[in-house]
Ligand binder design. Structure first.
Ligand code: ADP
Ligand code: ADP
Length: 229
């Protein structure tokens, strides 16, 4: 589903955020992404949703394939294709990024409204997503009235409302206390058990030390794993 071939990413200041990264993530996998702050985790995730592209010339290639006829390639993807790519990916951030002036329902519904989803279908999808994260009863609440754990669950519902093939989570429990962090981790495992591929950047050893899932380890932009192809 995800392939990186010799991917190098250098920002303007010439620092190699990622250096010759080759990896493969299969459909349906749950994969952790670890590494110190600045190791390149966010950059790796941005390359997947094509917010960044590999360097020109010897920067390698990122390929995302959801179905045989649904393929995105960093060398050729147009802006329009990038928009389509993102309709198949749900993204969750450490700081939730909810719209402060919309209630829970509207935060989750927004992407569906933008694509013109009919009301009945929109309602059903939003209710399903809210139920998945166990927050239906708070659908009319404003984000600032919610705890951090509740806000992150709303953000996960928003990421899931399009029924994506892939969830990317960038330190999703970094702002949560241990109890809420565990709750959020459980939700990601549940999402994965239902068939969605999950790639989760995290600093929390409690998650990856006691899990059967694979861990990709970055250090200073270099992928330490040798068994990834
Ligand atoms: P992590 O998510 O592991 O903390 P990042 O991918 O955010 O790592 O950053 C990797 C390196 O690239 C860091 O040195 C960071 O400062 C640098 N970097 C990230 N984004 C940018 C950017 N937009 N411009 C310049 N440097 C950046
Ligand atoms: P994290 O460790 O959570 O990835 P960072 O502090 O590395 O957070 O980055 C936060 C944001 O700032 C990201 O969008 C990243 O692209 C950007 N960024 C990080 N480092 C730099 C930099 N040196 N110059 C410009 N933007 C940067």
């Amino acid at each position: 589903m995800i392939r990186f071939l010799h991917v190098t990413k250098t920002y303007e200041d010439n620092w190699k955020a990622l250096s010759d990264v080759t990896l493969r993530i299969g459909q349906g996998e749950f994969v952790f992404l670890t590494g110190h702050s600045g190791a390149g985790k966010s950059t790796l995730l941005k390359l997947i949703y094509m917010d960044e592209r590999p360097n020109d010339f010897h920067g390698g290639e990122v390929m995302i394939q959801f179905k045989p006829n649904l393929v995105f390639d960093s060398k050729t993807a147009t802006e329009k294709q990038v928009q389509e790519l993102r309709r198949h990916i749900g993204i969750v951030f450490q700081d939730f990024k909810l719209l402060p002036d919309r209630n829970v329902f509207e935060n989750v519904a927004l992407a569906l409204r933008i694509t013109g989803t009919p009301a009945k279908q929109l309602n059903a999808k939003v209710f399903d997503a809210l139920a998945l994260v166990g927050i239906s009863q708070k659908r009319l609440a404003m984000p600032y009235t919610l705890s951090g754990g509740e806000q992150q669950r709303v953000a996960i519902a928003r990421a899931m409302v399009h029924n994506p093939y892939l969830i990317l989570a960038d330190e999703p429990t970094g702002n949560l206390d241990p109890e809420n962090a565990n709750e959020v981790f459980k939700i990601f495992k549940e999402i994965n058990a239902r068939g969605t591929t999950v790639l989760m950047a995290t600093h929390n050893p409690d998650f990856y030390m006691n899990s059967p899932f694979r861990r990709l380890m970055l250090s200073h932009g270099v992928l330490l794993n040798r068994d990834v192809l």
